[in-house]
Design a protein around this ligand. Structure first.
Ligand SMILES: *[C@@H]1O[C@H](CO)[C@@H](O)[C@H](O)[C@H]1NC(C)=O
Ligand SMILES: *[C@@H]1O[C@H](CO)[C@@H](O)[C@H](O)[C@H]1NC(C)=O
Ligand SMILES: *[C@@H]1O[C@H](CO)[C@@H](O)[C@H](O)[C@H]1NC(C)=O
Length: 422
């Protein structure tokens, strides 16, 4: 374990106006082949979209799959809703309670309708939606753009209108739409009919596309869904998490309010990664404007899991109204394991993550030049994991020693005091 060492170059010219001038044009500069545009390329940002009024910021909530897989029932869904409220996580924004695969019976009824499994969901989905709504939360459900779901329950392909009407009649607020048993038909053909069906119900239903990134959905899904998976399923391991982060990074310029890249649900708290690795997972997902969908058993969270998931400063990065996906801007060292990820935030601020993917502690430093900033511009620097503002304003560069597989995350803001005297 190494100690933290932050280099501070005291500011000689600590005028907050300088920072503001430099950062305000970030979005307007788009399309210009400048260094800044390269780093913060949002050339496809905000080409909306679904126009269903949802997903102005990435969705937050919980999904049953990563922890429970098929072992779900109405009791566990209700208890999870209770726990989201009692732990305070709901108040922090985690408000979707999403049921994944296995809620429905193996066959449709004689009217051709989907039927909740009578063993595990005897009260039906409407009752569950009412329960969840009473708590101020929202209910999500799952289906598949194919003949069957991945666990071989009936799929919604060619039943889009009927199923959308049924979901809307139950009061469902969110649909995750999977990709199994798809008959080899292109996702571009299979996903829009459900969008249109949901729209015609008149109920605003968050539409989460899950075609696993097979057909580069960032290139077409912005007008189809509120989010689109960019990769295969995540698993609860460092290798899976880092691989998925890199794959999702590629599509950064396509994310924006209304439509987000989805590198899959969180594994924080499920036991397959260390605390440092989960801190990295949560930091990078937040910075990438990924959906923050808890994947653990929130009824039985360890204190250290809760500490990560309830970090309000990190959540605020994810929910920042500017809605620009941060990205990897520097990778150095063996296997490029010493990394800097960054992105612009509202209020002329930047988020910077120093991510150590190496097997030993390293010092990671980023210069203002790499961030696309004038190196004399001063910033106030906030450490989002320590919850403290570093002493003195900074210019030129930011560096810290970071433990193996850990991640430090900072927000650079124009300083509120105009001049720092040394
Ligand atoms: C349906 O689509 C129209 C056109 O994009 C949009 O204005 C409307 O808000 C949508 N309604 C719902 C319920 O999503
Ligand atoms: C409901 O599911 C949970 C989680 O898998 C399980 O622990 C519990 O025993 C189940 N309850 C019933 C009544 O089946
Ligand atoms: C800023 O950049 C100039 C030119 O590259 C360099 O000489 C100077 O040392 C830098 N200042 C800081 C504070 O890094």
């Amino acid at each position: 374990m190494g100690s933290t060492c932050v280099f501070v170059l005291l500011c000689l010219f600590g005028l907050s106006a300088a920072a503001a001038e430099r950062l305000t044009p970030l979005i307007e500069e788009l399309g210009r082949p400048s260094a800044v545009a390269d780093i913060f390329d949002t050339s496809n940002y905000g080409k909306l979209q679904l126009d269903n009024g949802l997903a102005r910021t990435p969705q937050m909530g919980w999904n049953s799959w990563n922890f429970f897989a098929c072992n779900i029932n109405e009791t566990v869904i209700k208890e999870t809703a209770d726990a989201l409220v009692s732990t305070g996580l709901a108040a922090l924004g985690y408000n979707y309670v999403n049921i994944d695969d296995c809620w429905s019976s193996a066959t449709r009824n004689l009217e051709g309708e989907l039927v909740p499994d009578p063993q595990t969901f005897p009260s039906g989905i409407k009752a569950l939606a009412d329960y969840v709504h009473q708590k101020g939360l929202k209910l999500g459900i799952y289906s598949d753009a194919g003949m069957f779901t991945c666990q071989v329950r009936p799929g919604s392909l060619y039943h889009e209108m009927d199923d959308a009407n049924l979901f809307a009649s139950w009061g469902v607020d969110y649909l995750k739409y999977d990709n199994c048993f798809n008959l080899g038909i292109k996702p571009e053909k299979r996903y829009p009919p459900m969008r249109d069906a949901l729209n015609s119900t008149g109920r605003a239903v968050f539409y989460s596309l899950c075609e696993w990134g097979v057909d580069d959905p960032a290139l077409w899904a912005e007008k189809v869904g509120n989010s689109w998976r960019t990769t295969d399923d995540i698993s609860d391991s460092w290798v899976s998490m880092t691989t998925i982060a890199d794959l999702n990074n590629k599509w950064a310029s396509y994310a924006g309010p209304g439509g987000w890249n989805d590198p899959d649900m969180l594994e924080v708290g499920n036991g397959g990664m260390t605390h440092a690795e989960y801190r990295s997972h949560f930091s990078i997902w937040a910075l990438m404007k990924a959906p923050l969908l808890l994947g653990c058993d929130v009824r039985n969270m360890a204190a250290e899991t809760f500490e990560i998931l309830s970090n309000e400063e990190i959540i605020a990065v994810n929910q920042d109204p500017l809605g620009v996906q941060g990205r990897k801007i520097l990778s150095e060292g063996n296997d490029e394991c010493s990394q800097v990820w960054a992105g612009p935030l509202s209020g002329n601020r930047l988020v910077v993550a120093l991510w150590n993917r190496c097997s030993q502690a390293v010092t990671i430093t980023v210069t203002w030049e790499t961030l696309g900033l004038d190196n004399t511009t001063c910033f106030s620097v906030r450490d989002l994991w320590k919850h403290e503002t570093l002493e003195g304003n900074m210019a030129g560069r930011l560096g810290a020693e970071v433990d193996s597989h850990d991640c430090k995350m900072f927000i650079l803001s124009p300083p509120s005091t105009s001049i720092v005297v040394i």
